[in-house]
Design a protein around this ligand. Structure first.
Ligand code: NAD
Ligand code: GLY
Length: 362
């Protein structure tokens, strides 16, 4: 087992990475916890609920189970309320601990429920998708979607532990693996050029979930995210770079309707668009755009964006948490491994949308 430590003003916690972690979940439940609420969905639970419940019950504490409907389309108020219903019906108090067993949708919603139930209770992330293991379970961003914008309602709230069992990836559909790899290569692009090269060299092993390759990719991604989050927990500066490709990606997700493209797919395509934009604004080498496009394609994500129409693109992109005073801001690359966040000329953006958003690919 490998441990990566996260240190933030909102709390310090370990990320444990290894095979079979699911069977030791009880180890991270604090001794003073009065009860445990395990939250999952109908897709993940048939595979992993029993093992997780057994490991949690080994603490001797009461374990209640709450099941949510599966899918990005359910990352909303109504579904969030099902968690509060379950907690209140079972009379869980302030010393109860929530456990999120699932992908980023479950993790983000359980985190938000933990942030607000009785004004805040402790929670543990048990991410079961690659995307959640390398990104969403770490760093304390929690949220639900609003019909007008993705992740628009939420809180910064850190878990007390992140338990990553690499074995659970064996049941993950191939398309979800590709989506998770988009967030992996993102770290190389924004902060670690050597890691980007390593991803280029190991892409087939990563897609095949080769144990050694995927473990290293998860560990390195968590280390890089932990570093960024420890510098800037609440995204007042550096943390914005973690959103490479997200301004375009979120517009794709909300423009097409949540769930049509996977979050990681939209981010992968968005990174190609951001790289194109960086050529016009920061002399990012055109040859490196080709490398970004080739790697996004090689991991199995789309590289051509849907043609939402310029008006729709702009209106969806406006609903972005990086927007300041009505001005859109983008994460851009000056080189592979070097990112920054700033506004861009309208003409450059228009040019990129014309070049990258292709009707035939919708
Ligand atoms: P997801 O949670 O929808 O999971 C994808 C699908 O895989 C779901 O159907 C899920 O039930 C299923 N699944 C999960 N684990 C499985 C397993 N081991 N075997 C079989 N099926 C499994 O999607 P995701 O990609 O994990 O997360 C995307 C969400 O994460 C988005 O809502 C995004 O906004 C959010 N996100 C948050 C952050 C953050 O910092 N908080 C960062 C990135 C993404
Ligand atoms: N996934 C972006 C962030 O955690 O800041």
């Amino acid at each position: 087992m490998t441990t990566v430590q996260v240190t933030t003003p909102g709390g310090d916690y370990p990320i444990h990475i290894g095979a079979g972690r699911l069977d030791s979940l009880g180890q991270v439940i604090p001794a003073d916890a009065t009860a445990i609420a395990l939250v999952s969905n109908g897709t993940v639970a048939p595979h992993y609920r029993e093992r997780a419940e057994k490991a949690l019950a080994a603490t001797g504490k009461r374990v209640v189970y709450i099941e949510l409907p599966d899918g990005e389309a359910y990352k909303d108020w109504q579904t969030l309320n099902l968690i509060f219903d379950g907690l209140l019906q079972n009379r869980l108090d302030r010393k109860a601990v929530l456990v999120a067993l699932g992908g980023g949708v479950i993790g983000d919603m359980v985190g938000f429920a933990a942030a607000s139930y009785m004004r805040g209770i402790r929670f543990v992330q048990v991410p079961t998708t690659l995307l959640a293991q390398v990104d969403s379970s770490v760093g304390g961003k929690t949220a639900i979607n609003h019909p007008l914008g993705k992740n628009m309602v939420g809180a910064f709230y850190q878990p007390i532990a992140v338990e990553i069992d690499i074995d659970v990836l064996s049941t993950l559909p191939e398309r979800e693996v590709s989506a998770g790899l988009a967030e992996v290569i993102k770290y190389g692009l924004i902060i670690d050029a050597d890691f980007f090269v390593w991803c280029e060299q190991n892409v087939q092993a990563l897609r095949a979930l080769d144990r050694q390759a995927i473990t290293y990719a998860i560990q390195r991604s968590c280390e890089l995210k932990a570093y960024v989050v420890s510098q800037d927990e609440r995204e007042s500066g550096l943390r914005a770079i973690l959103n490479l490709g997200h301004t375009f990606g979120h517009a794709i997700e909300s423009g097409l309707g949540y769930g049509a493209w996977l979050h990681g797919e939209a981010v992968g395509c968005g990174m190609v668009q951001a790289a194109e934009l960086s050529v016009l604004t920061h002399d990012f080498p055109i040859e490196d755009v080709a490398r970004v496009r080739a790697l996004v394609r090689a991991i199995g994500c789309p590289v051509q964006a849907p043609d939402l129409g310029e008006e729709q693109w702009l209106s969806h992109m406006q609903v972005d948490k990086k927007t300041e005073g009505g001005q859109l801001r983008f994460v851009l690359l000056s080189a592979i491994g070097k990112a920054l966040c700033e506004g861009v000329p309208a003409q450059a953006l228009q040019q990129v949308l014309e070049k990258t958003a292709v009707p035939a690919q919708v």
